[in-house]
Structures are given as structure tokens and as C-alpha cells.
Design a protein around this ligand. Structure first.
Ligand SMILES: Cc1cc2nc3c(=O)[nH]c(=O)nc-3n(C[C@H](O)[C@H](O)[C@H](O)COP(=O)(O)OP(=O)(O)OC[C@H]3O[C@@H](n4cnc5c(N)ncnc54)[C@H](O)[C@@H]3O)c2cc1C
Length: 403
């Protein structure tokens, strides 16, 4: 067996191999034979050519924030794009970056020109190549689709070894295969992403509900009304221990005059207004990440399940799941969350991103953190995920982040 000890750019030390055999989930561990860390696109292409010549299977890794081993490979090569973060051209309507750039890199560079990507994920430290390989959902998805719907051009090394540019107008097949393709149809080397004018501030309204049906009805209504730039929602354990509280999170962007929210007969119990800078609003996960790193919850296993539910089944599946869900089944305090919000399926045009065939679908995500002091907790969480996976598929839904 070849050992790669003297092959340039390949790391075979135990720390590199163990690091690449882990990810956000800490549940799956496939140990590679070597890890490459190219810092330019040319180096990446050379490494992939070398791997092909050696018949060495490889997988590309962005930030390794997948929950279940998507960027791992047993006995193969992991090509880690963490150092491939260059920002190239930036224009009023587009930015070109290397695939390992994080969305925070993209946002900082574009905000310096008064521009922004139209859709950002809640967490900005994910790689462009990583989210374009799965979809990329955020609070603006109900209006602008996924991040994969907002790509103008990709430079790709396709499985036949050819480096090509592709877009909606050129090599469409490759473009459609790679976006949401889970890294199986080519390596994304560089991406040209759509930009729009950036606002300076965000006026946000957080509406609190005790009743799930009211919450879902108001979410549908606000999304269909189309008056908000941002729309998300979540469930969290009620502070008085009486079950679940639902929070509807809507916002409008502005630069000079804050928008006025019309009170349109919504059924919330309480509400809160927040006015923030645009960057602060988008980077809201940063202080939470710091907290979770401090408490250690960031490093615990994350048995996550992200479901796309058809509108027609959403109320029943969500109600059943929330009824059976004990707050302890989400995990450590601050570490667990349920994300719950609607999407308009007609604005999502990425061919590989399969969604329920209804005008509205709900993202229903159980973002769990398994404590280490209860050995049965992880098993219960995984079993609970299996139940939701089955309910989702039976209802005509799909699971996000699972190829
Ligand atoms: C804290 C946290 C918050 C999150 N928030 C959101 C959110 O708001 N919205 C959302 O949609 N998702 C969210 N996710 C999920 C996240 O989008 C996916 O897990 C994403 O794949 C992670 O990106 P990554 O850079 O870590 O990719 P990795 O996990 O490293 O890779 C993911 C997949 O992409 C492939 N890949 C990576 N780079 C390339 C490339 N250059 N070419 C070809 N294939 C490649 C890999 O082989 C793998 O199959 C979140 C995850 C975490 C941990």
C-alpha cells in the first residue's frame, strides 16, 4: 500500500487523519489515508489529478460542519479547502470567491462595496463550496430561494478531470449537477455569487406564541403576504417549564427610514421589537458560538435532523413530534433548538434540491446536542430522529443534508 510519506501537499500524520475523521455531528468517523490542504485552485486541481492517477478516492471538505460524515472518507483522501479563501473580483452585482471562502468572508468583502448576497445561512462560518453542495437556507429563502439559486457561475473540476466554467447559459448540465450535488458530481473550485444592494439596518419583530396552530397559521399568512425580507421561526422550552414556546421572527431591512409594521390581527401572546445593524443581525450566531465553545456544548455530539415537510402534513407531523419531544431530548441548555419556518417552493429552482410538490413547505429541524453524562440520551435522540425521518418521508417530505 502506498504511504504518501513523501508526496507534496499530503499530510499523513495522526492528528491530520483523526481531524478529518470527525465533523460537527461527532457521530461518524471514517479515517482517511491522507489529507491535502491546497491553498490555491491550481494546487487543488493538482491534488485531484494526483488522486485520480493513483486511483485514490477522495472527498472535498469545506468547514466539516456536516452532521453525519458527508465530508469524510475511509481509506481515501480528504481535500480540505479551509485555506482556499481568496476573494477575487467584486462588482456591483457579483462576487467571485474560491470555494473554501466562508460566507463571513463573502459578506465582509461585499459590504465594503455596499452590497450583500441576497440569502445567507444563520451561521456565517460555513464554506461557500459546502453550502452550495447542499442548498443553503436562511431567513431570506422564502423570497430569494436557496444560496444555490443565487449562483451566477461556477468553476468546477468535473469527474472526467476537465476544469470548466458552468452557469445557466453554459454547460447547464454540470451547473445543475453540482449545485446541491453533495460533492458527487465534481469539485467546486470557484463561485461567482449574486449580490444586491445592502441595507444598513434591520427592524425586527419577535412574536411569541404558546399555541402551535396559531403560530403556523400566522407564519403562513406573513409569508404569503410577502411583506417581510426575513422570516424564520423556532420552538424552545417555555421558561416556566410548561411545554414549548414558539417564536416567529420577521424583519425588514432599511437604510434611512425604519419600516412600520401594520398590526394585522396576528395571534401572538407577546412581542418584542429589535433594531440592529445589518451585519450584527446576520452574525447573530457569533456570540452564541462563543458561549457554546465556553460551555463545551459546541464540541458535543450533534444528532441533527432537518426535515422539509409538505404544507398539507406540517400541522400534524409537527404537533405529534412536539407532543412527544421532551426538552431534555434536545440536549444541553443553549445547545438545543427547533427551527421551524415555511418556504415558498416556487422560488427554489435548484434541480437537485428535492422539495415537497406543494406551494409551501416547512423546514422543521431538530438541532440536538447530546450530553455526555447520560449514555442513553444519544440513543434516544437518534431514535427520535428516525421517527421524524419516517413521518417526513411517509408524508411526501425530504430530509435536508442527507444525500
Ligand atoms: C452551526 C451550524 C449552523 C448551520 N446553519 C445552517 C443554515 O442556517 N442554513 C443551512 O442551509 N445550513 C446550515 N447548516 C448546515 C450546513 O449548511 C451544512 O452542513 C454545510 O454542508 C456545511 O458546510 P461546510 O463548509 O462545513 O461543508 P462540509 O461539511 O465540509 O461539506 C458538506 C458537503 O459538501 C461537499 N463539499 C464541500 N466543499 C465542496 C467543494 N468545494 N466542491 C464540491 N463539494 C464540496 C462535501 O464533500 C460534503 O458532501 C449549519 C450547520 C452548522 C454546524
Amino acid at each position: 500500500m502506498q504511504t504518501f510519506e513523501h508526496t507534496p501537499h499530503l499530510h499523513v500524520d495522526a492528528d491530520s487523519r483523526d481531524g478529518a475523521a470527525d465533523d460537527w455531528g461527532h457521530l461518524v468517523h471514517h479515517r482517511p489515508r491522507a489529507v491535502a490542504r491546497p491553498s490555491t485552485v491550481d494546487e487543488l486541481v493538482a491534488v485531484a489529478e494526483y488522486a485520480d492517477a493513483q486511483r485514490l478516492p477522495y472527498v472535498v471538505r469545506g468547514q466539516g460542519h456536516s452532521p453525519a460524515g458527508a465530508s469524510q472518507i475511509a481509506d481515501g483522501l480528504v481535500i480540505d479547502t479551509g485555506a482556499l479563501r481568496a476573494v477575487h473580483d467584486i462588482d456591483s452585482d457579483r462576487i467571485t470567491v474560491d470555494a473554501g471562502a466562508r460566507w463571513s468572508d463573502v459578506l465582509r468583502a461585499s459590504l465594503a462595496q455596499g452590497r450583500t448576497p441576497p440569502v445567507l445561512t444563520d451561521y456565517l462560518e460555513l464554506s461557500v463550496g459546502g453550502t452550495l453542495s447542499v442548498g443553503g437556507i436562511g431567513g431570506a429563502t422564502h423570497r430569494h430561494g436557496l444560496q444555490t439559486d443565487n449562483v451566477l457561475e461556477l468553476q468546477v473540476r468535473s469527474p472526467d478531470g476537465v476544469v470548466r466554467s458552468c452557469s445557466a447559459a453554459e454547460d447547464r448540465e454540470v451547473f445543475d449537477a453540482v449545485r446541491g450535488g453533495h460533492g458527487r458530481h465534481g469539485v467546486i473550485l470557484r463561485a461567482t455569487l449574486r449580490l444586491v444592494p445592502a441595507p444598513e439596518r434591520v427592524s425586527r419583530r419577535l412574536l411569541r406564541y404558546d399555541d402551535l396552530a396559531d403560530f403556523l397559521a400566522d407564519q403562513r399568512r406573513l409569508m404569503t403576504g410577502g411583506e417581510f425580507d426575513h422570516l424564520e421561526g423556532l420552538a424552545k422550552p417555555a421558561e416556566d417549564g410548561s411545554g414549548w414556546e414558539y417564536v416567529l421572527d420577521v424583519a425588514n431591512y432599511y437604510t434611512r427610514t425604519p419600516p412600520i409594521f401594520a398590526d394585522s390581527g396576528l395571534r401572538h401572546r407577546a412581542e418584542e421589537f429589535v433594531d440592529q445593524e445589518y451585519f450584527e443581525f446576520l452574525a447573530a450566531m457569533a456570540p452564541l458560538e462563543e458561549l457554546l465553545r465556553d460551555t463545551g456544548a459546541w464540541y458535543l455530539p450533534h444528532p441533527w435532523l432537518n426535515a422539509f415537510l409538505p404544507d398539507s402534513a406540517a400541522d400534524d407531523v409537527i404537533a405529534e413530534t412536539m407532543r412527544d419531544l421532551d426538552p431534555a431530548d434536545l440536549g444541553a441548555p443553549d445547545g438545543g433548538l427547533v427551527l421551524l419556518y415555511p418556504l415558498r417552493t416556487d422560488v427554489i429552482r435548484t434541480p437537485r434540491r428535492r422539495l415537497p410538490e406543494e406551494p409551501i413547505a416547512f423546514l422543521f429541524a431538530l438541532l440536538r446536542t447530546a450530553p455526555t453524562d447520560d449514555p442513553g440520551a444519544l440513543r434516544r435522540m437518534l431514535d427520535g430522529n428516525d421517527v421524524l425521518r419516517r413521518r417526513t418521508l411517509d408524508a411526501g417530505g425530504f430530509i435536508y443534508l442527507e444525500p
